[in-house]
Write a protein that binds this ligand. Structure first.
Ligand SMILES: NC(=O)c1ccc[n+]([C@@H]2O[C@H](COP(=O)([O-])OP(=O)(O)OC[C@H]3O[C@@H](n4cnc5c(N)ncnc54)[C@H](OP(=O)(O)O)[C@@H]3O)[C@@H](O)[C@H]2O)c1
Length: 326
């Protein structure tokens, strides 16, 4: 298995390497690509140095089986089609192809059935806040999802290294160089650009991607996304209206039964969840303003389950399907 990692020096890319190493993932070759800025840099994998190569139009002539992309939408738009043309399957972390009807948008525990032994081309990895939210909503589907409202509290690591550096800089009272204003001791109620209808692009991603992954294209969903001065692990407050009675013992059982979801009876925060692979649900209680309503505060590591781990699980699922078919 020849694997390429595009954006290997980034926050998500370096976590690909960490998780592949943790899993002892079998491979024939592992090739790391980034921009010209990082070419020649060395990354360590299983105690061995891996030299970073500059990504260019000829990179995929090396003949890879799978490429994990996490270098932003523009890089994916330009290079993912070249990778596919060379016969490689691309798992893409950017938003470039997520809403393309021909591209599967996958959270393996939720809609992994869309991956088959002959899946080719591009497979999209959803937005980080969406992944942790759909895990919970999928578990609650038996209660009849009637309406969903999201409010997010998104960590600076969601913006990659630039977000982390901006938090560190502004905590020292230096001016921001990435966010529009200081993120230190502050919250910014806008992530990505504002759209004409009043939603931000990040909010639109959460709405449309949730509908696509859950295969509920008409489910009413609203979202408001906020950047907070937390280093890592996103929080999403889900206000859910169900169409059927949703007694808490049954809800807790359904959530705990779902892989990668755990209800925390005590209060849990992003600090404890950072570095973990599970989406934790805390503050679970009824919303008494509607007949069958729930509040859930969902926290997950946006770099692991929200990005790198989910992408690697897509890769594992695909390989499993192909092995089953042989
Ligand atoms: N952070 C998250 O929570 C998260 C979650 C889900 C999805 N994503 C998505 O994953 C992608 C990467 O995010 P990140 O947080 O890892 O960002 P990051 O820390 O800023 O890393 C960006 C990576 O892209 C590389 N890159 C930039 N321009 C390139 C070019 N022209 N050619 C080749 N490589 C290039 C960078 O290489 P250099 O080091 O050489 O500049 C670096 O390796 C984005 O699409 C993001 O939306 C991120």
């Amino acid at each position: 298995m020849k694997i390429a990692i595009v954006g290997a020096t980034g926050m998500v890319g370096s976590t690909f390497l960490t998780i592949l190493e943790e899993k002892g993932f079998p491979y024939e070759s592992l090739t790391c690509f980034a921009s010209s800025k990082s070419a020649g840099q060395t990354l360590m994998y299983q105690g061995q140095p891996l030299m970073v190569q500059e990504l260019n139009e000829h990179s995929f002539e090396l003949g890879f089986d799978y490429a994990l992309f996490s270098a932003g939408g523009q890089v994916s738009l330009k290079y993912a089609p070249l990778a596919v043309a060379s016969g490689c399957v691309v798992i893409d972390n950017s938003s470039a192809f997520r809403m393309d009807p021909s591209v599967p948008l996958i959270v393996p525990e939720v809609n992994g059935q869309h991956l088959t032994h002959d899946t080719q081309g591009i497979i999209a990895n959803p937005n980080c806040s969406t992944i942790q939210s759909v895990l919970v909503l999928n578990a609650l589907k038996p209660f009849g999802l009637k309406r969903v409202s999201y409010t997010t509290y998104q960590a600076v690591s969601g913006s990659g290294y630039q977000g982390l550096f901006d938090l560190e800089r502004t905590l020292k009272d230096e001016p921001p160089s990435f966010y529009p204003t200081s993120i230190a001791h502050n919250v910014i109620p806008l992530i990505d650009v504002l759209l004409e209808d009043g939603y931000s692009k990040e909010e639109k991603k959460m709405i449309l991607e949730t509908q696509k992954i859950l295969d509920l294209p008409t489910l009413p969903i609203s979202a408001l996304c906020v950047r907070v001065p937390v280093k890592n692990a996103h929080s999403v407050h889900i206000q859910l209206e169900c169409s059927q009675p949703c007694e808490l013992p049954q809800v807790i059982e359904a959530l705990n039964h779902h892989p990668f979801v755990k209800v925390s009876e005590s209060i849990i925060t992003p600090r404890e969840v950072s570095g973990q692979d599970i989406a934790y649900v805390t503050r679970l209680h009824h919303d008494h303003s509607v007949p069958y309503g729930l509040h859930a505060f969902v926290i997950a590591d946006n770099i692991r389950k929200g990005a790198a781990l989910n992408a690697i699980q897509i890769l594992e699922t695909l390989i499993e399907r192909r092995n089953e078919h042989v």
